[in-house]
Design a protein around this ligand. Structure first.
Ligand SMILES: [Zn+2]
Length: 243
């Protein structure tokens, strides 16, 4: 590429390329696909952390329930021991009292069986919660790993864009002094109105800005124009640069 060309119009086309690159990079920077991946993962991570915390609370609740049952069973065991000692200790001889102790022991054993059944059921529920919690913890670890990866990819993309932006900004500063002020003014006024593209190449009689072929009359006029005279596309009004 002849970047050291002295033709201001050719340099205007270089400026257009640089400005278009800056526009594209600025737009990409503002709406980085890598950022969208990070944002989506942050939402997923929040949900996974909440689900994990809720399951952890379930586990704490059931552990509490379990220890309550076990405490109750222990208390009944103590009572059974106490009543058994009374029953077989030999201190009590009244048949009526002995029968009443026996009845109390039977009631305690029934209560103990019932509690142990409930405890078994709680243990089964706890096992299910443990399994869920393990699965949720694995899911969380995986999401955290993906989150780290996505953040790195985002940072990498951001650095790449910044580097390219800096290169193009430097190139722009180099080109600007080579363009006559009145031509630059037309270019800058036109750019926002033309979707960022104010200068277009004229190739094979076609304006590369709008893709329309110029009429023979217009082409002839451009050919015969003096050097330095600025030609405009008769269709889109962009500045035409013969290449
Ligand atoms: Zn055109």
């Amino acid at each position: 590429m002849e970047s050291a060309t002295s033709d201001p119009l050719k340099r205007l086309l270089d400026l257009q390329r640089v400005d278009s690159a800056i526009d594209r990079l600025t737009q990409r920077k503002a709406d980085l696909p890598e950022q969208r991946v990070v944002d989506a993962l942050v939402v997923e991570l929040d949900e996974a952390r909440a689900a994990h915390a809720a399951k952890k609370a379930d586990l704490d609740g059931i552990a509490h329930e379990q220890s309550r049952f076990e405490g109750e069973v222990q208390m009944i065991d103590d009572k059974i021991k106490h009543e058994s000692n009374r029953l077989y200790g030999g201190d009590i001889t009244s048949p009526k009292e002995l029968a009443s102790i026996q009845a109390e022991l039977d009631a305690l054993r029934r209560r103990k069986n019932h509690l142990e059944d409930q405890d078994l059921e709680v243990m089964e529920r706890r096992e299910a919660i443990d399994r869920d919690l393990t699965a949720l913890a694995e899911q969380l670890t995986e999401l955290e790993r993906r989150g780290t990866e996505a953040t790195e990819a985002r940072d990498h993309a951001a650095v790449e864009i910044e580097t390219e932006l800096n290169q193009n900004t430097a190139a722009r500063a180099e080109i600007l002094p080579e363009i006559p002020p009145d031509l630059l003014e037309v270019y800058q006024e036109l750019r926002p109105k033309k979707n960022g593209v104010a200068a277009a190449a004229l190739e094979g009689g076609v304006c590369r800005g709008c893709g329309v072929s110029l009429s023979p009359v217009a082409l002839d006029a451009i050919k015969r124009s003096e050097s330095g005279e600025v030609a405009r596309c008769e269709n889109c009004r962009r500045i035409l640069v013969r290449v």
